[in-house]
Design a protein around this ligand. Structure first.
Ligand SMILES: Cc1cc2nc3c(=O)[nH]c(=O)nc-3n(C[C@H](O)[C@H](O)[C@H](O)COP(=O)(O)O)c2cc1C
Length: 153
């Protein structure tokens, strides 16, 4: 199948590697769909060039009591402070259902991205991705692709 002409960024934060693992699965799956895919640990993400991307996947773990990790706050604010409805987004993350607010940071991003961007998909994974999560990762990428395609014509 022909690749979709789309500039996609995956930006994520990870301390113990779980979210990084999901990001790298999504990176592999995305390269099967889109022409231009970049994977950025949050500190390398070109925040000021947000609007150059057709699609952005945001990946975050959850900290504190269901909170966004400190290093992801700048990403949150970058989306929050402008209307970016032309950017298709998805948010993914890992969390631990032992905590009262499982993947709270994913929910916080989801609510904000729904208002400010074209949010296409959400994905929450319990700690390290398991074999059964692979399909959900591919479905996440497909949901992004379906929303990007009408915007590309
Ligand atoms: C101090 C602390 C607080 C946490 N709070 C939450 C939480 O509120 N909700 C949740 O789902 N997971 C919570 N977690 C679990 C992490 O989000 C989870 O282990 C995640 O997979 C870590 O991602 P990483 O491996 O990409 O760093 C917490 C972990 C720690 C150490």
């Amino acid at each position: 199948m022909a690749l979709m002409n789309c500039k996609l960024a995956i930006v994520y934060s990870s301390v113990t590697g779980n979210t990084e693992e999901v990001a790298s699965i999504l990176y592999t799956a995305s390269k099967q769909n889109f022409t231009d895919v970049s994977l950025y640990p949050v500190h390398n993400f070109p925040m000021k060039k947000l609007e150059e991307f057709d699609a952005i996947m945001v990946g975050t773990y959850t900290w504190g009591n269901g909170e966004i990790p400190r290093e992801m706050v700048a990403v949150y604010k970058a989306f929050e402070h402008a209307n970016k409805k032309n950017i298709v987004t998805g948010v993914f993350g890992t969390g631990d259902s032992f905590y009262p607010h499982f993947c709270g940071a994913v929910d916080a991003f989801k609510n904000m991205l729904f208002v400010n961007t074209t949010l296409a998909a959400t994905l929450k994974i319990e700690l390290t991705p398991q074999d059964g999560d692979l399909k959900r990762c591919f479905q996440f990428v497909e949901s992004i692709a379906r929303r990007v395609s009408p915007l590309m014509v």
